[in-house]
Design a protein around this ligand. Sequence first.
Ligand code: ATP
Ligand code: MG
Length: 334
Amino acid sequence: MEANLEKEIVLSAIQPTGTPTLGNYLGALKNWKEMSADYTCYYAVADLHSITVRPEPKDLRRRTLEMYALLLALGLDPEQNTVFVQSHVPAHAQLAWILNCYTQFGEAARMTQFKDKSEKHPENVNVGLFAYPTLMAADILLYQAHYVPIGADQKQHLEITRDIAERFNGLYGETFRIPAPFIGKAGARVMSLQDPTKKMSKSDTNVKAFISVLDDKDTIVRKIKSAVTDSEARVYYGEGKDGVNNLMGIYACCTGKTNAQIEAEFSGKGYGDFKAAVAEAVVAELAPVKEAFDRLMADKAYLNECMQKGAQKASYVAEKTLRKAMRRVGFYQL
Ligand code: ATP
Ligand code: MG
């Protein structure tokens, strides 16, 4: 335990808005597992963030438990790491309010996620969606994280987190550590299988656009077979070949092969062979996760116990930072 205190701190979170996709897995979750051996890690199921899309209450409850089980299924040890549910640690919402008051309307309005999501759901552009980045900043700053393993789509949110933290530190003195993004090279941006100019999202309404980490073999094969490519029928990485580029990226992540090796492997072959190989590699990568998930979901008592412990460990650290920030701002202390 002693040595743990020396390790650098990592925080990351994932919303329980659906089953994680291959994009979440290759872009973020796979790195979470890899980092968990060398860092003190805090991993959260970001349920507070997820109500910006107003899920059915029963779906939110079920998905929160499933997402939690999935994090453990990835191989994150709940004893060694702190795996918790965001709403179980009230400090997240409390610090987010404070940070809202140190964030300019204009800078939040520039966030591309806000623009994308408001365009997609014009009927529900709520203030929570707008304030997403300040809640995300609170998630990170509460734990004094050194690194945040995220996909490329979250880079802008990490930049605003750094800006807010620097501003606050500048006004009141050192309060928050300035976090750095950790973005893996491969898999940082997995694209939709149906529209490879858009990122793969678990909240996509077209289920053919994404592969879920719990999809069975037949489903994975079918989805990859119907992935949008082009009419050239030659496997190489290039301009205007978004669909093929995306499948190559996925294949590279699952097998460790380089683009040159992949091009050589499929020279003279068509997309049929290529897609079959990609599907096989994805199935091999995800099978152990699905197996562990099924096992964990059968033991709800164990999951609840881990959640409880995770919330306690996370609260202890988060409260410390929250109290410090509140003192700095000038809230009357009892
Ligand atoms: P939603 O559509 O509800 O926002 P999402 O798929 O974007 O879902 P999040 O919970 O927002 O998932 O993000 C979890 C993590 O997965 C983040 O670190 C994010 O950067 C990463 N991520 C999301 N989509 C991709 C993708 N297509 N490729 C790589 N990483 C991704
Ligand atoms: Mg997202």
